[in-house]
Ligand binder design. Structure first.
Ligand code: GP9
Ligand code: MN
Length: 617
Protein backbone atom coordinates (compact mmCIF):
# COMPACT_ATOMS: atom_id res chain seq x y z
CA UNK A 1 0.00 0.00 0.00
CA UNK A 2 2.74 2.33 1.10
CA UNK A 3 4.79 1.39 -1.96
CA UNK A 4 1.95 2.18 -4.36
CA UNK A 5 1.51 5.58 -2.83
CA UNK A 6 5.18 6.24 -3.34
CA UNK A 7 4.99 5.48 -7.05
CA UNK A 8 2.11 7.87 -7.58
CA UNK A 9 3.36 10.71 -5.48
CA UNK A 10 6.78 10.45 -6.93
CA UNK A 11 5.53 10.83 -10.51
CA UNK A 12 7.58 13.77 -11.62
CA UNK A 13 5.35 16.35 -13.38
CA UNK A 14 8.07 16.96 -15.94
CA UNK A 15 7.89 13.31 -16.94
CA UNK A 16 4.12 13.42 -16.88
CA UNK A 17 4.00 16.36 -19.29
CA UNK A 18 6.43 14.62 -21.63
CA UNK A 19 4.43 11.36 -21.51
CA UNK A 20 1.23 13.28 -22.22
CA UNK A 21 2.88 15.09 -25.14
CA UNK A 22 4.05 11.78 -26.64
CA UNK A 23 0.65 10.10 -26.22
CA UNK A 24 -1.23 13.08 -27.68
CA UNK A 25 1.24 13.23 -30.56
CA UNK A 26 0.79 9.51 -31.25
CA UNK A 27 -2.99 9.84 -31.17
CA UNK A 28 -2.90 12.81 -33.55
CA UNK A 29 -0.63 10.99 -35.99
CA UNK A 30 -2.80 7.85 -35.89
CA UNK A 31 -6.01 9.83 -36.46
CA UNK A 32 -4.34 11.79 -39.27
CA UNK A 33 -3.00 8.73 -41.05
CA UNK A 34 -5.89 6.34 -40.50
CA UNK A 35 -8.93 8.46 -39.67
CA UNK A 36 -8.56 11.31 -42.18
CA UNK A 37 -7.72 9.23 -45.27
CA UNK A 38 -5.43 11.96 -46.63
CA UNK A 39 -4.12 11.61 -50.15
CA UNK A 40 -0.45 10.98 -49.52
CA UNK A 41 1.63 11.94 -52.54
CA UNK A 42 5.17 11.88 -51.24
CA UNK A 43 7.42 11.09 -48.31
CA UNK A 44 7.33 14.82 -47.51
CA UNK A 45 3.60 14.50 -46.75
CA UNK A 46 4.29 11.75 -44.21
CA UNK A 47 7.15 13.70 -42.68
CA UNK A 48 4.92 16.74 -42.21
CA UNK A 49 2.11 14.66 -40.70
CA UNK A 50 4.59 13.17 -38.23
CA UNK A 51 6.22 16.46 -37.33
CA UNK A 52 3.47 19.04 -37.39
CA UNK A 53 1.53 18.23 -34.19
CA UNK A 54 4.57 18.17 -31.84
CA UNK A 55 5.30 21.89 -31.71
CA UNK A 56 1.73 22.94 -31.09
CA UNK A 57 1.18 20.16 -28.52
CA UNK A 58 4.24 21.30 -26.54
CA UNK A 59 3.01 24.88 -26.61
CA UNK A 60 -0.52 23.94 -25.55
CA UNK A 61 0.78 21.73 -22.73
CA UNK A 62 3.07 24.51 -21.48
CA UNK A 63 -0.06 26.26 -20.26
CA UNK A 64 -0.11 23.88 -17.27
CA UNK A 65 3.02 25.39 -15.73
CA UNK A 66 3.39 28.79 -17.34
CA UNK A 67 1.15 30.81 -15.09
CA UNK A 68 2.21 29.98 -11.57
CA UNK A 69 5.56 28.43 -12.25
CA UNK A 70 4.35 25.18 -10.82
CA UNK A 71 2.51 22.22 -12.18
CA UNK A 72 -1.21 23.05 -12.50
CA UNK A 73 -3.05 19.71 -12.48
CA UNK A 74 -6.43 21.13 -13.38
CA UNK A 75 -5.11 22.80 -16.50
CA UNK A 76 -3.08 19.69 -17.34
CA UNK A 77 -6.12 17.40 -17.13
CA UNK A 78 -8.30 19.89 -18.99
CA UNK A 79 -5.79 20.12 -21.84
CA UNK A 80 -5.64 16.34 -22.20
CA UNK A 81 -9.42 16.04 -22.24
CA UNK A 82 -9.89 18.97 -24.62
CA UNK A 83 -7.24 17.89 -27.12
CA UNK A 84 -8.62 14.35 -27.22
CA UNK A 85 -12.17 15.72 -27.52
CA UNK A 86 -11.16 18.05 -30.34
CA UNK A 87 -9.42 15.24 -32.18
CA UNK A 88 -12.48 13.03 -31.85
CA UNK A 89 -14.86 15.80 -32.94
CA UNK A 90 -12.64 16.37 -36.00
CA UNK A 91 -12.73 12.66 -36.74
CA UNK A 92 -16.53 12.41 -36.52
CA UNK A 93 -16.98 15.51 -38.65
CA UNK A 94 -14.53 14.15 -41.20
CA UNK A 95 -16.28 10.77 -41.32
CA UNK A 96 -19.49 12.47 -42.40
CA UNK A 97 -18.31 15.42 -44.50
CA UNK A 98 -14.79 14.35 -45.58
CA UNK A 99 -13.88 17.89 -44.55
CA UNK A 100 -12.70 19.91 -41.55
CA UNK A 101 -14.89 22.15 -39.49
CA UNK A 102 -14.51 25.93 -39.81
CA UNK A 103 -15.56 28.72 -37.44
CA UNK A 104 -18.39 29.97 -39.70
CA UNK A 105 -19.91 26.50 -39.89
CA UNK A 106 -20.17 26.40 -36.09
CA UNK A 107 -22.55 29.35 -36.35
CA UNK A 108 -24.73 27.63 -38.92
CA UNK A 109 -24.95 24.20 -37.29
CA UNK A 110 -28.71 24.35 -37.11
CA UNK A 111 -28.64 24.42 -40.91
CA UNK A 112 -26.25 21.56 -41.37
CA UNK A 113 -28.58 18.78 -42.37
CA UNK A 114 -27.80 15.21 -41.65
CA UNK A 115 -25.21 15.08 -38.92
CA UNK A 116 -27.54 15.18 -35.90
CA UNK A 117 -29.50 11.97 -36.31
CA UNK A 118 -26.54 10.02 -37.56
CA UNK A 119 -23.84 10.93 -35.01
CA UNK A 120 -24.19 7.51 -33.35
CA UNK A 121 -23.86 5.85 -36.72
CA UNK A 122 -20.53 7.64 -37.19
CA UNK A 123 -19.07 6.21 -34.00
CA UNK A 124 -17.25 2.92 -33.68
CA UNK A 125 -16.45 0.73 -30.68
CA UNK A 126 -12.73 1.12 -31.44
CA UNK A 127 -13.00 4.86 -30.91
CA UNK A 128 -12.86 4.13 -27.17
CA UNK A 129 -9.16 3.45 -27.61
CA UNK A 130 -8.70 7.15 -28.28
CA UNK A 131 -9.79 7.87 -24.71
CA UNK A 132 -8.06 4.94 -22.98
CA UNK A 133 -4.94 6.90 -22.01
CA UNK A 134 -6.97 9.63 -20.33
CA UNK A 135 -7.79 7.45 -17.29
CA UNK A 136 -4.13 6.73 -16.62
CA UNK A 137 -3.03 10.32 -17.24
CA UNK A 138 -5.73 11.74 -14.95
CA UNK A 139 -4.97 9.18 -12.25
CA UNK A 140 -1.26 9.92 -12.37
CA UNK A 141 -1.85 13.66 -12.25
CA UNK A 142 -4.29 13.46 -9.34
CA UNK A 143 -2.22 11.14 -7.22
CA UNK A 144 0.76 13.48 -7.17
CA UNK A 145 1.56 16.02 -4.47
CA UNK A 146 -0.70 19.04 -4.30
CA UNK A 147 1.85 21.62 -5.34
CA UNK A 148 4.86 20.60 -7.29
CA UNK A 149 7.20 23.19 -8.67
CA UNK A 150 8.84 22.60 -12.00
CA UNK A 151 12.43 23.24 -12.84
CA UNK A 152 12.78 26.54 -14.61
CA UNK A 153 15.22 25.08 -17.11
CA UNK A 154 12.71 22.38 -18.06
CA UNK A 155 9.97 24.93 -18.66
CA UNK A 156 12.28 26.98 -20.82
CA UNK A 157 13.40 23.98 -22.85
CA UNK A 158 9.86 22.70 -23.28
CA UNK A 159 8.48 26.04 -24.52
CA UNK A 160 11.46 26.69 -26.77
CA UNK A 161 11.17 23.19 -28.28
CA UNK A 162 7.49 23.97 -28.93
CA UNK A 163 8.22 27.30 -30.61
CA UNK A 164 11.13 25.86 -32.58
CA UNK A 165 9.18 22.90 -33.92
CA UNK A 166 6.18 25.11 -34.64
CA UNK A 167 8.28 27.46 -36.78
CA UNK A 168 10.26 24.67 -38.48
CA UNK A 169 7.17 22.69 -39.47
CA UNK A 170 5.36 25.81 -40.72
CA UNK A 171 8.47 26.61 -42.78
CA UNK A 172 8.68 23.08 -44.19
CA UNK A 173 4.98 23.17 -45.05
CA UNK A 174 5.45 26.46 -46.91
CA UNK A 175 8.47 25.10 -48.69
CA UNK A 176 6.42 22.16 -49.90
CA UNK A 177 3.31 24.22 -50.83
CA UNK A 178 4.24 27.88 -51.41
CA UNK A 179 0.57 28.83 -51.92
CA UNK A 180 -0.52 27.08 -48.72
CA UNK A 181 -2.01 30.14 -47.03
CA UNK A 182 -3.32 31.90 -50.14
CA UNK A 183 -5.17 28.68 -51.00
CA UNK A 184 -6.32 28.03 -47.45
CA UNK A 185 -9.68 26.96 -48.92
CA UNK A 186 -7.96 23.64 -49.68
CA UNK A 187 -8.51 22.38 -46.15
CA UNK A 188 -7.12 18.91 -46.75
CA UNK A 189 -3.84 20.46 -47.84
CA UNK A 190 -3.89 22.76 -44.79
CA UNK A 191 -4.46 20.02 -42.21
CA UNK A 192 -2.04 17.68 -43.95
CA UNK A 193 0.65 20.36 -43.96
CA UNK A 194 0.29 22.12 -40.62
CA UNK A 195 -1.66 19.59 -38.56
CA UNK A 196 -5.16 19.78 -37.06
CA UNK A 197 -4.28 22.04 -34.10
CA UNK A 198 -2.46 24.67 -36.14
CA UNK A 199 -5.24 24.48 -38.69
CA UNK A 200 -7.84 25.35 -36.04
CA UNK A 201 -5.64 28.18 -34.79
CA UNK A 202 -5.31 29.55 -38.33
CA UNK A 203 -9.03 29.18 -38.96
CA UNK A 204 -9.97 31.00 -35.73
CA UNK A 205 -7.58 33.88 -36.47
CA UNK A 206 -8.82 34.10 -40.05
CA UNK A 207 -12.42 34.34 -38.82
CA UNK A 208 -11.49 36.90 -36.15
CA UNK A 209 -9.72 39.22 -38.60
CA UNK A 210 -12.13 38.78 -41.50
CA UNK A 211 -14.37 41.80 -40.56
CA UNK A 212 -11.28 43.97 -41.09
CA UNK A 213 -11.35 43.16 -44.80
CA UNK A 214 -14.54 45.13 -45.24
CA UNK A 215 -13.22 48.08 -43.24
CA UNK A 216 -10.04 48.23 -45.30
CA UNK A 217 -11.66 47.74 -48.73
CA UNK A 218 -11.80 50.77 -51.04
CA UNK A 219 -13.28 51.76 -54.37
CA UNK A 220 -9.96 50.90 -56.04
CA UNK A 221 -10.52 47.24 -55.11
CA UNK A 222 -13.92 47.40 -56.78
CA UNK A 223 -12.41 48.87 -59.95
CA UNK A 224 -9.87 46.00 -59.98
CA UNK A 225 -12.68 43.44 -59.62
CA UNK A 226 -14.67 45.06 -62.42
CA UNK A 227 -11.75 45.08 -64.83
CA UNK A 228 -10.83 41.49 -63.93
CA UNK A 229 -14.27 40.11 -64.65
CA UNK A 230 -14.84 42.37 -67.68
CA UNK A 231 -12.00 40.65 -69.49
CA UNK A 232 -14.21 37.67 -70.33
CA UNK A 233 -16.76 37.97 -73.09
CA UNK A 234 -19.24 35.30 -74.17
CA UNK A 235 -19.85 34.54 -77.82
CA UNK A 236 -23.35 35.33 -79.00
CA UNK A 237 -25.57 32.26 -79.57
CA UNK A 238 -28.48 31.69 -81.94
CA UNK A 239 -30.74 31.20 -78.91
CA UNK A 240 -30.17 34.74 -77.62
CA UNK A 241 -33.43 36.39 -76.69
CA UNK A 242 -35.68 33.41 -77.55
CA UNK A 243 -37.32 33.57 -74.12
CA UNK A 244 -37.54 37.36 -73.98
CA UNK A 245 -40.26 38.61 -71.66
CA UNK A 246 -41.35 35.11 -70.55
CA UNK A 247 -41.98 34.18 -66.94
CA UNK A 248 -39.01 32.40 -65.41
CA UNK A 249 -39.44 29.33 -63.21
CA UNK A 250 -36.39 27.85 -61.53
CA UNK A 251 -36.74 24.45 -59.91
CA UNK A 252 -34.03 23.61 -57.41
CA UNK A 253 -34.00 19.81 -57.34
CA UNK A 254 -32.74 18.77 -53.93
CA UNK A 255 -29.60 16.59 -53.94
CA UNK A 256 -30.18 15.55 -57.56
CA UNK A 257 -27.11 14.18 -59.34
CA UNK A 258 -26.92 13.82 -63.08
CA UNK A 259 -26.49 10.04 -63.06
CA UNK A 260 -30.23 9.58 -62.36
CA UNK A 261 -31.13 10.93 -65.81
CA UNK A 262 -31.98 8.10 -68.22
CA UNK A 263 -30.87 5.61 -65.59
CA UNK A 264 -32.94 2.53 -64.79
CA UNK A 265 -33.13 0.59 -61.54
CA UNK A 266 -34.81 -2.83 -61.59
CA UNK A 267 -35.79 -2.06 -65.19
CA UNK A 268 -37.62 1.16 -64.23
CA UNK A 269 -36.64 4.75 -64.97
CA UNK A 270 -35.71 6.86 -61.95
CA UNK A 271 -36.80 10.09 -63.68
CA UNK A 272 -39.37 9.24 -66.39
CA UNK A 273 -40.78 12.78 -66.48
CA UNK A 274 -37.39 14.51 -66.74
CA UNK A 275 -36.21 12.01 -69.36
CA UNK A 276 -39.22 12.93 -71.43
CA UNK A 277 -38.85 16.67 -70.80
CA UNK A 278 -35.23 16.58 -71.96
CA UNK A 279 -36.38 15.50 -75.44
CA UNK A 280 -37.77 19.01 -75.91
CA UNK A 281 -35.33 20.99 -73.80
CA UNK A 282 -31.77 22.23 -73.71
CA UNK A 283 -30.09 19.59 -71.59
CA UNK A 284 -26.65 20.34 -70.15
CA UNK A 285 -25.20 17.01 -69.10
CA UNK A 286 -21.72 18.08 -67.95
CA UNK A 287 -22.43 20.63 -65.25
CA UNK A 288 -20.55 20.18 -62.00
CA UNK A 289 -21.72 20.92 -58.46
CA UNK A 290 -19.71 23.93 -57.24
CA UNK A 291 -21.35 24.36 -53.85
CA UNK A 292 -19.38 24.40 -50.60
CA UNK A 293 -20.53 24.37 -46.96
CA UNK A 294 -23.64 26.41 -47.79
CA UNK A 295 -25.16 23.53 -49.80
CA UNK A 296 -28.60 24.55 -51.19
CA UNK A 297 -28.02 28.19 -50.28
CA UNK A 298 -24.70 28.20 -52.15
CA UNK A 299 -26.40 26.97 -55.31
CA UNK A 300 -29.08 29.65 -54.96
CA UNK A 301 -26.38 32.25 -54.43
CA UNK A 302 -24.41 31.22 -57.52
CA UNK A 303 -27.49 31.29 -59.69
CA UNK A 304 -28.62 34.71 -58.50
CA UNK A 305 -25.20 36.41 -58.48
CA UNK A 306 -22.82 34.33 -60.64
CA UNK A 307 -20.21 34.69 -57.87
CA UNK A 308 -18.52 31.74 -56.17
CA UNK A 309 -19.66 30.71 -52.69
CA UNK A 310 -17.36 31.29 -49.72
CA UNK A 311 -14.69 28.71 -48.84
CA UNK A 312 -16.25 28.24 -45.42
CA UNK A 313 -19.80 28.76 -44.24
CA UNK A 314 -22.73 29.93 -46.31
CA UNK A 315 -22.80 33.39 -47.93
CA UNK A 316 -26.48 33.54 -46.92
CA UNK A 317 -25.50 33.24 -43.26
CA UNK A 318 -22.25 35.22 -43.33
CA UNK A 319 -22.89 38.12 -45.70
CA UNK A 320 -26.61 38.90 -45.64
CA UNK A 321 -26.05 42.64 -45.47
CA UNK A 322 -23.67 42.90 -48.43
CA UNK A 323 -24.77 44.75 -51.54
CA UNK A 324 -25.49 42.46 -54.52
CA UNK A 325 -26.71 42.92 -58.05
CA UNK A 326 -28.75 39.72 -58.13
CA UNK A 327 -31.20 38.33 -60.67
CA UNK A 328 -34.37 39.70 -58.97
CA UNK A 329 -32.95 43.23 -59.23
CA UNK A 330 -31.62 42.77 -62.77
CA UNK A 331 -34.89 41.32 -64.01
CA UNK A 332 -36.90 44.08 -62.33
CA UNK A 333 -34.82 46.71 -64.10
CA UNK A 334 -34.81 44.87 -67.43
CA UNK A 335 -38.41 43.75 -67.80
CA UNK A 336 -40.36 44.68 -64.64
CA UNK A 337 -40.26 41.15 -63.30
CA UNK A 338 -41.92 40.30 -59.98
CA UNK A 339 -39.74 37.91 -58.00
CA UNK A 340 -40.54 35.23 -55.44
CA UNK A 341 -39.08 32.13 -53.82
CA UNK A 342 -41.27 29.23 -52.73
CA UNK A 343 -40.05 26.68 -50.20
CA UNK A 344 -41.82 24.46 -47.67
CA UNK A 345 -39.26 24.88 -44.89
CA UNK A 346 -38.83 27.52 -42.15
CA UNK A 347 -38.03 31.01 -43.42
CA UNK A 348 -35.03 31.18 -41.09
CA UNK A 349 -33.26 28.11 -42.53
CA UNK A 350 -30.03 29.25 -44.22
CA UNK A 351 -31.01 32.77 -43.10
CA UNK A 352 -33.15 32.90 -46.22
CA UNK A 353 -35.63 35.56 -45.07
CA UNK A 354 -32.87 38.13 -44.57
CA UNK A 355 -30.81 37.20 -47.59
CA UNK A 356 -33.75 37.16 -49.99
CA UNK A 357 -34.64 40.72 -48.98
CA UNK A 358 -31.06 41.77 -49.74
CA UNK A 359 -31.05 39.93 -53.08
CA UNK A 360 -34.15 41.92 -54.01
CA UNK A 361 -36.94 39.33 -53.87
CA UNK A 362 -40.45 40.74 -53.61
CA UNK A 363 -41.91 37.75 -51.75
CA UNK A 364 -40.82 34.61 -49.94
CA UNK A 365 -43.45 31.90 -49.53
CA UNK A 366 -42.08 29.76 -46.70
CA UNK A 367 -43.46 27.06 -44.38
CA UNK A 368 -45.77 29.58 -42.67
CA UNK A 369 -47.58 30.10 -46.00
CA UNK A 370 -48.31 26.39 -46.50
CA UNK A 371 -50.63 23.95 -44.85
CA UNK A 372 -48.17 21.53 -43.33
CA UNK A 373 -49.32 18.58 -41.23
CA UNK A 374 -48.16 15.12 -40.28
CA UNK A 375 -49.77 13.48 -43.31
CA UNK A 376 -48.22 15.73 -45.92
CA UNK A 377 -44.73 15.91 -44.37
CA UNK A 378 -41.69 13.73 -44.35
CA UNK A 379 -38.08 14.26 -43.21
CA UNK A 380 -37.44 18.05 -43.38
CA UNK A 381 -41.09 19.01 -43.91
CA UNK A 382 -43.68 19.45 -46.61
CA UNK A 383 -43.54 16.76 -49.30
CA UNK A 384 -42.86 17.94 -52.85
CA UNK A 385 -46.25 17.03 -54.36
CA UNK A 386 -48.37 19.00 -51.85
CA UNK A 387 -45.70 21.72 -52.01
CA UNK A 388 -46.16 22.17 -55.78
CA UNK A 389 -49.94 21.80 -55.52
CA UNK A 390 -50.26 24.50 -52.87
CA UNK A 391 -47.67 26.70 -54.60
CA UNK A 392 -49.73 26.73 -57.79
CA UNK A 393 -52.43 28.74 -55.96
CA UNK A 394 -49.88 31.40 -55.07
CA UNK A 395 -48.44 31.45 -58.60
CA UNK A 396 -51.89 32.09 -60.06
CA UNK A 397 -52.00 35.36 -58.10
CA UNK A 398 -48.53 36.68 -58.99
CA UNK A 399 -48.08 39.71 -61.22
CA UNK A 400 -46.51 38.78 -64.58
CA UNK A 401 -43.85 38.43 -65.79
CA UNK A 402 -42.49 36.69 -62.73
CA UNK A 403 -39.17 35.21 -61.71
CA UNK A 404 -39.72 32.41 -59.20
CA UNK A 405 -37.63 29.71 -57.64
CA UNK A 406 -39.21 26.54 -56.27
CA UNK A 407 -37.01 24.68 -53.81
CA UNK A 408 -37.88 21.01 -53.40
CA UNK A 409 -37.18 19.16 -50.18
CA UNK A 410 -38.20 15.49 -50.18
CA UNK A 411 -35.05 14.17 -51.83
CA UNK A 412 -32.89 15.18 -48.87
CA UNK A 413 -30.57 12.98 -46.85
CA UNK A 414 -31.37 10.47 -45.33
CA UNK A 415 -33.94 10.04 -48.14
CA UNK A 416 -37.07 9.01 -46.27
CA UNK A 417 -40.36 8.26 -47.97
CA UNK A 418 -43.82 7.04 -46.93
CA UNK A 419 -44.86 3.81 -48.57
CA UNK A 420 -47.69 5.42 -50.55
CA UNK A 421 -45.16 7.80 -52.21
CA UNK A 422 -42.88 5.05 -53.41
CA UNK A 423 -43.26 4.79 -57.19
CA UNK A 424 -40.37 2.37 -57.73
CA UNK A 425 -38.74 -0.31 -55.61
CA UNK A 426 -35.56 0.52 -53.74
CA UNK A 427 -32.25 -0.36 -55.36
CA UNK A 428 -30.39 -3.38 -54.02
CA UNK A 429 -26.85 -2.16 -53.31
CA UNK A 430 -25.05 -2.66 -50.01
CA UNK A 431 -25.71 1.02 -49.11
CA UNK A 432 -29.25 1.64 -47.86
CA UNK A 433 -28.80 5.38 -48.37
CA UNK A 434 -28.26 4.79 -52.11
CA UNK A 435 -31.14 2.30 -52.26
CA UNK A 436 -33.56 4.83 -50.75
CA UNK A 437 -32.15 7.70 -52.80
CA UNK A 438 -33.48 6.34 -56.09
CA UNK A 439 -37.01 6.17 -54.64
CA UNK A 440 -36.98 9.75 -53.36
CA UNK A 441 -35.62 11.03 -56.69
CA UNK A 442 -38.43 9.12 -58.40
CA UNK A 443 -40.96 10.81 -56.09
CA UNK A 444 -39.47 14.25 -56.85
CA UNK A 445 -39.77 13.50 -60.58
CA UNK A 446 -43.49 12.80 -60.10
CA UNK A 447 -43.85 16.06 -58.16
CA UNK A 448 -42.24 18.12 -60.94
CA UNK A 449 -44.73 16.61 -63.37
CA UNK A 450 -47.50 17.90 -61.09
CA UNK A 451 -46.08 21.44 -61.33
CA UNK A 452 -45.90 21.31 -65.12
CA UNK A 453 -49.51 20.01 -65.27
CA UNK A 454 -50.66 22.88 -63.04
CA UNK A 455 -48.87 25.43 -65.23
CA UNK A 456 -50.65 23.99 -68.26
CA UNK A 457 -54.02 24.08 -66.46
CA UNK A 458 -53.45 27.70 -65.42
CA UNK A 459 -52.53 28.64 -69.00
CA UNK A 460 -49.08 29.82 -67.89
CA UNK A 461 -46.98 27.07 -69.45
CA UNK A 462 -46.53 28.51 -72.96
CA UNK A 463 -45.30 31.81 -71.65
CA UNK A 464 -42.75 30.46 -69.18
CA UNK A 465 -39.14 29.35 -69.41
CA UNK A 466 -38.29 26.55 -66.94
CA UNK A 467 -34.79 26.09 -65.54
CA UNK A 468 -34.35 22.85 -63.58
CA UNK A 469 -31.10 22.12 -61.79
CA UNK A 470 -29.71 19.70 -59.21
CA UNK A 471 -28.58 21.86 -56.27
CA UNK A 472 -25.64 19.63 -55.18
CA UNK A 473 -24.63 16.01 -54.66
CA UNK A 474 -26.96 13.68 -52.78
CA UNK A 475 -24.69 10.72 -52.18
CA UNK A 476 -21.66 11.91 -50.24
CA UNK A 477 -18.25 10.23 -50.41
CA UNK A 478 -19.18 8.21 -47.33
CA UNK A 479 -21.82 6.28 -49.28
CA UNK A 480 -20.21 6.46 -52.72
CA UNK A 481 -19.30 2.76 -52.81
CA UNK A 482 -23.03 1.98 -53.09
CA UNK A 483 -23.36 4.35 -56.00
CA UNK A 484 -20.37 2.84 -57.79
CA UNK A 485 -22.00 -0.55 -57.25
CA UNK A 486 -25.30 0.68 -58.70
CA UNK A 487 -23.61 2.13 -61.77
CA UNK A 488 -21.05 -0.60 -62.16
CA UNK A 489 -18.11 1.75 -61.85
CA UNK A 490 -14.69 1.34 -60.30
CA UNK A 491 -13.68 3.64 -57.47
CA UNK A 492 -11.26 6.26 -58.82
CA UNK A 493 -10.62 9.99 -58.41
CA UNK A 494 -11.94 10.65 -61.91
CA UNK A 495 -15.15 8.68 -61.32
CA UNK A 496 -15.63 10.52 -58.03
CA UNK A 497 -15.46 13.91 -59.77
CA UNK A 498 -17.63 12.79 -62.67
CA UNK A 499 -20.32 11.75 -60.19
CA UNK A 500 -20.46 15.36 -58.94
CA UNK A 501 -22.35 16.39 -62.06
CA UNK A 502 -25.83 17.79 -61.60
CA UNK A 503 -28.46 17.99 -64.33
CA UNK A 504 -29.34 21.40 -65.80
CA UNK A 505 -32.40 21.45 -68.04
CA UNK A 506 -33.74 24.60 -69.67
CA UNK A 507 -37.18 24.14 -71.16
CA UNK A 508 -38.52 26.84 -73.46
CA UNK A 509 -41.94 25.62 -74.68
CA UNK A 510 -41.97 25.29 -78.45
CA UNK A 511 -38.18 25.04 -78.83
CA UNK A 512 -36.56 21.88 -80.12
CA UNK A 513 -34.44 19.88 -77.71
CA UNK A 514 -30.65 19.86 -77.79
CA UNK A 515 -28.02 18.17 -75.66
CA UNK A 516 -24.98 20.27 -74.64
CA UNK A 517 -22.00 18.28 -73.42
CA UNK A 518 -19.82 21.34 -72.83
CA UNK A 519 -18.48 21.40 -69.31
CA UNK A 520 -19.81 24.08 -66.97
CA UNK A 521 -20.86 24.84 -63.42
CA UNK A 522 -23.70 26.36 -61.45
CA UNK A 523 -22.02 29.75 -61.62
CA UNK A 524 -22.72 29.65 -65.40
CA UNK A 525 -26.49 29.31 -65.13
CA UNK A 526 -27.18 33.04 -64.73
CA UNK A 527 -25.42 34.26 -67.91
CA UNK A 528 -27.08 31.43 -69.87
CA UNK A 529 -30.53 32.42 -68.65
CA UNK A 530 -29.90 36.13 -69.17
CA UNK A 531 -28.82 35.45 -72.75
CA UNK A 532 -32.03 33.48 -73.44
CA UNK A 533 -34.00 36.40 -72.00
CA UNK A 534 -32.09 38.77 -74.28
CA UNK A 535 -30.57 40.71 -71.36
CA UNK A 536 -26.92 41.31 -72.23
CA UNK A 537 -26.16 44.67 -70.67
CA UNK A 538 -25.32 43.52 -67.12
CA UNK A 539 -21.81 44.59 -66.23
CA UNK A 540 -21.58 43.80 -62.48
CA UNK A 541 -18.61 41.57 -61.66
CA UNK A 542 -19.56 37.93 -62.20
CA UNK A 543 -17.69 34.75 -63.01
CA UNK A 544 -20.10 32.73 -65.15
CA UNK A 545 -20.08 32.02 -68.88
CA UNK A 546 -22.94 31.23 -71.24
CA UNK A 547 -23.19 27.42 -71.17
CA UNK A 548 -24.18 27.36 -74.82
CA UNK A 549 -20.92 28.90 -75.98
CA UNK A 550 -18.58 28.24 -73.07
CA UNK A 551 -14.92 27.72 -74.01
CA UNK A 552 -14.29 24.03 -73.12
CA UNK A 553 -10.74 24.81 -72.05
CA UNK A 554 -12.02 27.26 -69.42
CA UNK A 555 -11.77 25.39 -66.09
CA UNK A 556 -14.84 24.66 -64.00
CA UNK A 557 -13.59 25.68 -60.57
CA UNK A 558 -14.49 24.10 -57.24
CA UNK A 559 -14.30 25.82 -53.90
CA UNK A 560 -11.40 23.74 -52.59
CA UNK A 561 -9.20 24.78 -55.52
CA UNK A 562 -9.72 21.63 -57.57
CA UNK A 563 -11.06 21.99 -61.11
CA UNK A 564 -12.12 20.27 -64.31
CA UNK A 565 -11.35 21.12 -67.92
CA UNK A 566 -12.54 19.34 -71.03
CA UNK A 567 -9.64 16.89 -70.84
CA UNK A 568 -8.27 17.04 -67.30
CA UNK A 569 -9.36 16.72 -63.71
CA UNK A 570 -7.34 18.29 -60.90
CA UNK A 571 -8.21 16.92 -57.50
CA UNK A 572 -6.25 16.50 -54.24
CA UNK A 573 -3.41 18.34 -55.96
CA UNK A 574 -3.05 15.64 -58.63
CA UNK A 575 -3.77 16.13 -62.33
CA UNK A 576 -5.61 13.28 -64.11
CA UNK A 577 -6.53 12.64 -67.73
CA UNK A 578 -10.29 12.49 -67.85
CA UNK A 579 -10.52 9.77 -70.51
CA UNK A 580 -7.94 7.30 -69.27
CA UNK A 581 -8.20 8.12 -65.57
CA UNK A 582 -4.39 8.05 -65.41
CA UNK A 583 -2.23 10.72 -63.87
CA UNK A 584 -1.35 13.33 -66.50
CA UNK A 585 2.21 14.31 -67.40
CA UNK A 586 3.82 16.56 -64.82
CA UNK A 587 2.97 20.22 -65.30
CA UNK A 588 -0.17 19.55 -67.41
CA UNK A 589 -2.52 21.29 -65.00
CA UNK A 590 -0.09 24.08 -64.05
CA UNK A 591 -1.32 26.64 -66.62
CA UNK A 592 -4.81 26.53 -65.10
CA UNK A 593 -3.78 26.80 -61.46
CA UNK A 594 -3.02 30.52 -61.49
CA UNK A 595 -6.38 31.27 -63.07
CA UNK A 596 -8.12 29.12 -60.43
CA UNK A 597 -6.38 30.95 -57.58
CA UNK A 598 -7.05 34.39 -59.10
CA UNK A 599 -10.69 33.67 -59.71
CA UNK A 600 -11.44 32.27 -56.24
CA UNK A 601 -9.48 35.00 -54.48
CA UNK A 602 -11.19 37.72 -56.53
CA UNK A 603 -14.62 36.32 -55.69
CA UNK A 604 -13.65 36.19 -51.98
CA UNK A 605 -12.43 39.76 -52.11
CA UNK A 606 -15.74 40.88 -53.58
CA UNK A 607 -17.62 39.17 -50.75
CA UNK A 608 -15.29 39.92 -47.83
CA UNK A 609 -14.76 43.53 -48.89
CA UNK A 610 -18.43 43.99 -49.83
CA UNK A 611 -17.02 45.54 -52.98
CA UNK A 612 -20.28 45.90 -54.89
CA UNK A 613 -21.33 48.64 -52.44
CA UNK A 614 -19.01 51.02 -54.30
CA UNK A 615 -20.86 50.49 -57.59
CA UNK A 616 -23.75 52.60 -58.72
CA UNK A 617 -26.42 49.87 -58.55
C1 GP9 B 1 -33.59 23.23 -46.38
C2 GP9 B 1 -33.14 22.74 -47.69
C3 GP9 B 1 -32.05 21.72 -47.57
O1 GP9 B 1 -34.46 24.31 -46.41
O2 GP9 B 1 -32.83 23.76 -48.56
O3 GP9 B 1 -30.85 22.29 -47.34
P1 GP9 B 1 -29.47 21.56 -47.61
O4 GP9 B 1 -29.16 20.73 -46.40
O5 GP9 B 1 -29.59 20.71 -48.82
O6 GP9 B 1 -28.54 22.68 -47.82
MN1 MN C 1 -29.93 20.96 -50.86
Amino acid sequence: MKKRKKIYTSMNPQKLVIIAAIILWLKTVIVSLIGFSFHIQSAADILLILLNPIGSLCLILSACFLFRKRFNKTIFILINVLITGLLYADLLYYRFYTDFVTVPILFQFKNVGGLGPSTLELMSFWDLLLFADLFVIILLALKGNKTVSIQKSFMKKFVLTGIGLFVITAGLALLKSPYLFSTAYDREQMVKSIGPFNYHLFDISYAAFSPLKKVLATETDTIAAVSYTEAKEDKETTAEGIAKGKNVVLISMESTQNFVINQKVNGEEITPFLNNLIENSYYFNSIYDQTAQGKTSDSEFMIDTSLYPLPSGSVFVRKPSNVFNALPKILKENGHYYSAVLHGNDATFWNRENMYAELGYDRFFSKADYEVNEENSVNYGLKDIPFFEQSADYIAELPQPFYTRFITLTNHFPFLLDEEDQYIAEAATTQDVVNRYVTTVRYQDEAIKVLFDRFKEMGLYENTVFVLYGDHYGISEKYEDGLLELLNLEPSPVNHVELQKVPVIIHVPGQEGEVFSNIGGEVDIRPTLLSLLGITNVDTPSFGHNLMSRDPDQPVIFRDGSFVTEKFIYINNVCYEKDSGNEAKEGTCEPYLEKVRDELNMSDEILNGDLLRFLDL
